[in-house]
Design a protein around this ligand. Structure first.
Ligand SMILES: Nc1ncnc2c1ncn2[C@@H]1O[C@H](COP(=O)(O)OP(=O)(O)O)[C@@H](O)[C@H]1O
Ligand SMILES: [Mg+2]
Length: 386
């Protein structure tokens, strides 16, 4: 029995959506349709009432591009937040036919839990125990249970939502989820990176006007770099499997007020078992074994890419982020020249490790501890100079 089919949008949905689209208010249009579906009882969530009735969740503007996720900035009870969904309309998500066929109260809870577990296993490539799935799981309650399950099902089709929900309590380096309404999940609003920005992250909005001087900016960059290293360590060691980030660029990270680095786009994040599945492809050369920022080597004898990733998160962060901060063109008179040179060399070595005596893993560990050391010395130098 197929467990899901796609449902066509209703005529009313299309009309509202079209009208708002023509008026050029696409983000608002998306939320208007969301509320229409909420009022018809098709979907629900803890933020729907604030968005659709009490008007305590107010649309600000869109942050998305044509191809990516729908990312909407909004104001929730005076606090800026972000609403995210992979697709615009609830009806575009796979629909649970089971909900139509049966009276909802008849669906055994164990059956639903099993479906959730299967979906999670599919996305993460991991089997989780029932008690770890708590944040994803809606228990049977109340008359709106059908809308609750349908909403849960639309959220479960979004890999990123699964990652964020499950890692909430284990990691300060992933986005906090504030709540949901239908297929949209709300997350904290942070200062996101931009490749075109001179310091990659707009620090002016972070360090406050009194600290906006050059020295504070340099100090902030060093603190953020240290937080990047903490995140690398954490994703490498603190879960039962290593977490690989395959789309590393400033746009996919953001900074909290305390200068913690947060991964805000984890569509291309994979735990080790799934990473191995993705990499292990047929190949005729190494170039067939590249998957965005994750790659392995082609074994020409068996014409298969190695399952083990050949590079790692640290290397790519050094290459795409640290190199921009610690390069010869950006000499900072606040830090002594020998230290600057050491740091540049360490970043270079980390981004493009040479083929020395040591294994890749040992080189990475050495790079990590060297960068920690040099950044902490820089931090102390900057403090002393005050
Ligand atoms: N929590 C957030 N706080 C601030 N800006 C965000 C947040 N989430 C996303 N953004 C902005 O929206 C952009 C797109 O979001 P992202 O999750 O990377 O979606 P996509 O899959 O389209 O790349 C980000 O590069 C960032 O500029
Ligand atoms: Mg992105």
């Amino acid at each position: 029995m197929p467990i899901g089919v796609y449902q066509l949008p209703t005529l009313l949905e299309i009309m509202v959506w079209k009208q708002l689209w023509v008026e050029g208010r696409d983000g608002e249009g998306i939320l208007a349709v969301l509320c229409l579906d909420y009022s018809s009882g098709a979907l629900t969530g803890d933020l729907c009432e604030d968005l659709c009735v009490a008007q305590k969740l107010v649309y600000k503007h869109c942050l998305y591009y044509d191809r990516g996720k729908k990312v909407i900035q909004a104001d929730w009870r005076g606090q800026p937040i972000i609403l995210k969904s992979k697709k615009e309309m609830f009806s575009s998500y796979q629909h649970l036919t089971m909900l139509e066929e049966m009276e909802t109260q008849d669906i055994p809870e164990t059956e639903l839990l099993l479906m959730v577990a299967l979906e999670v296993k599919n996305v993460l490539g991991l089997e989780l125990s029932n008690n770890t799935m708590g944040p994803l799981w809606t228990r049977k309650k109340g008359p709106h249970w059908k809308a609750q399950v349908a909403s849960m099902w639309s959220l479960l089709q979004q890999e990123e939502y699964i990652y964020f929900s499950l890692l909430q309590d284990f990691s300060k380096h992933v986005l906090r989820i504030i709540g949901t309404c239908g297929h949209f999940y709300a997350v904290e609003y942070l200062t996101a990176g931009h490749a075109w920005h001179k310091t990659l992250f707009p620090l002016e909005s972070m360090v406050g006007p009194s600290l906006a001087g050059h020295r504070s900016r340099v100090r902030a960059i060093v603190d953020i770099a240290l937080s990047f290293l903490d995140m690398v360590q954490h994703f490498d060691n603190d879960f039962s499997h290593r977490l690989h980030l395959c789309d590393i660029k400033p746009e996919n990270f953001a900074i909290r007020h305390d200068l913690t680095v947060v991964a805000i786009d984890v569509d291309m994040a994979f735990f080790e078992p799934k990473m191995r599945d993705i990499l292990e492809q047929n190949c005729t050369g190494d170039e067939d074994c590249n998957f965005f920022d994750c790659f392995s080597k082609c074994n020409l004898k068996i014409r298969k890419c190695g399952a083990q990733r050949a590079n790692n998160n640290l290397q790519v962060i050094c290459d795409k982020i640290f190199r921009r901060w610690f390069s010869p063109s950006l000499r900072r008179p606040l830090v002594s020249l020998p230290l600057q040179l050491q740091l540049q060399k360490a970043v270079q070595e980390c981004a493009q490790p040479g083929h020395g005596e040591t294994t890749g893993h040992q080189r990475t560990l050495r790079s990590l501890s060297e960068l920690y050391h040099l950044l902490r010395v820089t931090q102390r130098e900057l403090q002393r100079a005050e």
